[in-house]
Design a protein. Sequence first.
Length: 521
Amino acid sequence: MNIDVDLTRKTFQADHRYPEAGSEEETRIFKEIQSRFARQFIEIFPDKLAAKTVVIIPSLTLDQEILTKLEGQIHYEERLLCMLMLLRMPATNLVYVTSEPVDESIVDYYLHLLPGITGCHASQRLTMLSCYDASPRSLTEKILERPRLIGRIKRLFAGNNAAHIACFNSTALEKTLAVRLGIPIYGTDPDLLNLGTKSGSRELFKECGILTPPGFENLKTKKDIIAAIAALKRADPSLRKAVIKMNDGFSGDGNAVYNYNTGQSTELLENTIESNFEMQLQIVAKDLSKKLFLTKFEQMGGIAEAFLDGDITASPSVQCRIDPIGKSEIISTHDQLLGGTDNQVFLGAHFPASPEYATAIAADAKQICKKLALKGVVGRFSIDFISVRNGCEWKNYAIEVNLRKGGTTHPYLMLQFLTDGQYNEFNGEYLTFGGNKRFYFSSDNVCDQKYRGLTPQDLIDIAMFHSLMYNSNTQEGVTFHLVGALSQYGKLGVVCIGSSPERARLYFEKVIEVLDLECDK
């Protein structure tokens, strides 16, 4: 592994020939670069022995004020370390950029998991770069401020025409970075990002004829919100709650829940709601004030929709991919584990989703995928649903498209890299290369104050001593992520793989039991 720094003794002259960020010239160049990606995908990607370079930019380029409410958010850049598994292709080089350096023991842990490749061989093809900047801004913004770092990245793939950027999400900042590096993004053109907003998602679902909760999109002001939630209550007097979502919120942290008063009259409803609006409004994100929530909502716009009730409710999601030549694919389904205010915050996931609705939501997602492919969307993304059962009947409501990688990307990629298997959208099952079923339970939020002070080396020692490491022979066990957040925040992520849902859950329970035992000593 080549560990580089953001300093160099070599003379570097910044290139001032770049077009201005956001200019028409930049857009023209970006589209030209992206247009060449399809040929690279056709000619290079199928050949696992072809020389290629992947520049991994795990930047969470999202609203930074909301993102800072996510504890240990800078370490979420480690979630894409699952892509180090690409080093199993012996001619593939990776460049991985982070805000702060990743501990060597964490990188070594991932290289140890590589099937069929020695850690030494893989490390020679991996370059870890850092901005050495812990400020609460997006990684991509930090990289753009460092022309020498951009120059260093470019030198690492000089002469290799098969290079591209893999990122968490693509925005105007990633577009600028792609132009300055001169290589394409395996992701959606930022000009299409409205399709992944809460309002854009609802419009897309209606266009596809897919069921979505009663609600209103393209709201701009507090007055719009009040009018919308009043209209929802009039349409359904039994409605207990409404969910208000910022267009660009993520992981539920851009949401709020409005609780209607019991027995509230529908006469003069707007006046009644306005008078007790802030009292009845619950903000999902920790430490985000109601005033700041409404300010952000007015900046982004958003939606209001009915809070769906039923005998049983579930929150499944479908992970999809559209490749550079427009082919769409259902990658996986998950049942999301949600927490926080009215279960609005993503905590983890079971894979695959329940067989009671997995194939149905996959079929709906396939239809949505085809529409997005026609509109030019490229890359990995997910579609979230709410599934409601009353009696014996399930109804599946599409609620949003996330045009980015997410909390379910890392665990599925780890499973697929480790077992070389495939998910079948038509029967809802995952089979390894050897034909065995596999399941997992994953979480980004294994969190306890008493875990603070555990270093990455401590975690690996504990996992080895208690036989928690993934076993390539049985293709079961535990993999860890977000390890860098453990010492300061007492927080980490796990993917617990088993031959049944029960065994996957048992692995998770063992992780908690072992960590509690070790930290109580």
